[in-house]
Ligand binder design. Structure first.
Ligand SMILES: [Zn+2]
Ligand SMILES: [Zn+2]
Length: 300
């Protein structure tokens, strides 16, 4: 809830006229308690999870439509798989993530997530999100690596690996404990560099979209993320799922540098080098599936 009764009071406090975005934020949030603003995160994430993977899911569900950009063209998930995945994930989001998010408001307040005016500039927002990405990527790398130790894999992480050919809806498909554990690296960035509530929402939306993107199973030619330096991308994480539970490769979720530094991308690099050698030798006779990705099926 903002400490100003009117826009004029807000302008006086900021010391200038409100921008268009600030006026909109004032109109929306002035009378809403901070706790309720924080609670927006859960429905926003559920909305993003429902809508973002939908276009590629609809493409995949059209059985006779050729999918030249699918990384594992031999695997086409049936409608039942989509429904089972969506229902299980939505249940975890609502019954585990939701309550934890709601209960974590004191932590959000303690680290200094603010709701007032002025709003952060675009530059400040971009810099904060970049920091959050780096922090989340580093911590997430080590947590993911630990999840691949025998006990943690068997009891927790194997649920996420049920999809050896991932799809967007499988991005947060995981054991409830894994979803909660991975909330820590996502929250660590805002805890270290506190931001405005709008940046906080944006960060979780972007993180969610990124996870959906790398699980999409499609390597699209117009994908703008290929221009982001050191970004892992779809093919990178798809390989991690393709190799399956025994995978000791490609633990990073966003960038590639942790895997490079700690030597956990060797299998992937060897695989890519073998594929390109094969392609070179076979010229145009290499089958489409191998050109795009990792063959047609599950390995573990
Ligand atoms: Zn894994
Ligand atoms: Zn995954």
């Amino acid at each position: 809830m903002l400490p100003y009764a009117t826009a004029a009071e807000a302008e006086a406090a900021v010391g200038r006229g409100l921008t268009w975005a600030e006026a909109a934020w004032f109109r929306y949030s002035a009378a809403i308690p901070d706790y309720c603003l924080y609670c927006h995160n859960v429905p926003i994430l559920l909305l993003v999870y429902t809508l973002a993977p939908l276009p590629l899911a609809l493409l995949e569900l059209r059985r006779h439509l050729p999918l030249p950009h699918k990384l594992q063209p031999g695997v086409r998930h049936p409608p039942a798989a989509f429904l089972r995945c969506y229902a299980a994930t939505a249940r975890v989001l609502l019954l585990a993530v939701g309550p934890v998010q709601l209960a974590s408001f004191p932590a959000v307040r303690a680290v200094g997530i603010r709701t007032g005016l002025p709003l952060p500039s675009a530059g400040e927002t971009a810099a904060q999100v970049a920091v959050y990405l780096l922090v989340e990527d580093y911590l997430g790398y080590w947590i993911h690596r630990l999840l691949h130790t025998p006990w943690a894999y068997h009891h927790i992480h194997r649920v996420h690996h049920e999809f050896t050919a991932p799809m967007g809806y499988a991005a947060p498909y995981a054991h409830w404990a894994e979803i909660l554990i991975l909330g820590f690296p996502a929250f660590a960035g805002p805890a270290i560099v506190p931001c405005h509530m709008t940046t906080f929402w944006l960060w979780f939306v972007l993180r969610h979209l990124e996870a959906i993107h790398i699980h999409s199973g499609f390597k699209l030619p117009f994908d703008p993320t290929k221009y982001i330096p050191l970004y892992g991308g779809v093919e990178y994480h798809d390989y991690h799922h393709f190799v399956g539970g025994h995978s000791q490769s490609n633990f990073s979720s966003v960038f590639t540098f942790c895997d490079y530094i700690y030597g956990t991308d060797r299998g992937y690099r060897y695989h890519k080098a073998s594929l390109s050698k094969l392609k070179e030798m076979a010229g145009n006779h290499v089958e489409k599936g191998d050109e795009n990705g990792f063959g047609n099926g599950k390995q573990d």
